[in-house]
Design a protein. Structure first.
Length: 231
């Protein structure tokens, strides 16, 4: 496993745990607002950290470290992901997986084999606007729905989240997303934050007041919904 980034300590990426975050390269989406352009488009140009170096770091830190967040890019593209996670679990650490939900079979496998403890799935938009939002890439909607339904079965702790971009999301879009996961799901509306490393420039964020209006509009479907990272 080649790792292209490491946050040594975070209190934000894995809710309720002192964690490290590692970044894996490559993605099957090309979301224009993504702020990890190099990681998605050309990870080979980025510095890399070997699996051995990462595992040695975790071993030294396991007295204080509680978990590891694996993000990307899209981690489930990596065929050696289960084996790598197994080595992390052998150190007694919890694992949170960030995913776009395009690989439900692997998601289920990791859960069934107790290799992951928490899942954060990005829901990019309502279904009619999904392909546009992810950059027009090839899209398997049934796979996304399968991943959503698997998480809704409460087999494993999870959250859904949507990064809200003014040019890509309307309040009606967000309401449609909420309807598709309605119930006790943990759902976060995340404010878009502009970056110099975006895939496409020119996107903007909603104001805090506008995001709050969206949140109030979905509360009847998702009473546990919250805002995260307000502009």
């Amino acid at each position: 496993m080649i790792i292209h980034g490491l946050i040594k300590t975070t209190l934000l990426d894995y809710p309720g745990h002192i964690a490290s975050t590692i970044f894996l390269g490559g993605c099957n989406f090309l979301c224009p607002f993504c702020h990890n352009k190099d990681l998605v488009v050309n990870p080979n140009i980025l510095p890399s950290i070997s699996e051995e170096e990462i595992l040695t770091f975790f071993k030294k830190r396991r007295a204080t470290l509680e978990g590891v967040c694996i993000t990307g890019g899209e981690p489930t593209l990596r065929k050696d992901l289960p084996q790598f996670i197994s080595k992390i679990k052998d150190l007694g650490l919890k694992v949170k997986l960030d995913t776009n939900g395009t690989n439900p079979a692997l998601l289920r496998y990791l859960s069934d084999n107790h290799l992951i403890d928490y899942v954060a799935m990005d829901i990019k938009n309502c279904i009619p606007k999904y392909q546009f939002t992810v950059g027009g890439t090839s899209l398997d909607i049934p796979a996304l729905i399968e991943s959503i339904n698997f998480l809704l079965s409460n087999t494993i702790p999870y959250e859904f989240r949507t990064t809200v971009v003014k040019e890509l999301h309307s309040k009606d879009n967000i309401i449609e997303v909420a309807k598709s996961i309605q119930g006790e799901s943990k759902y976060f509306l995340q404010s878009f934050v502009s970056s110099k490393n975006q895939i496409v420039d020119g996107f903007t964020s909603y104001t805090s007041e506008e995001l709050m209006d969206m949140l109030n509009a979905i509360k009847s479907y998702l009473p546990n919904a919250k805002l995260r990272g307000q502009a």
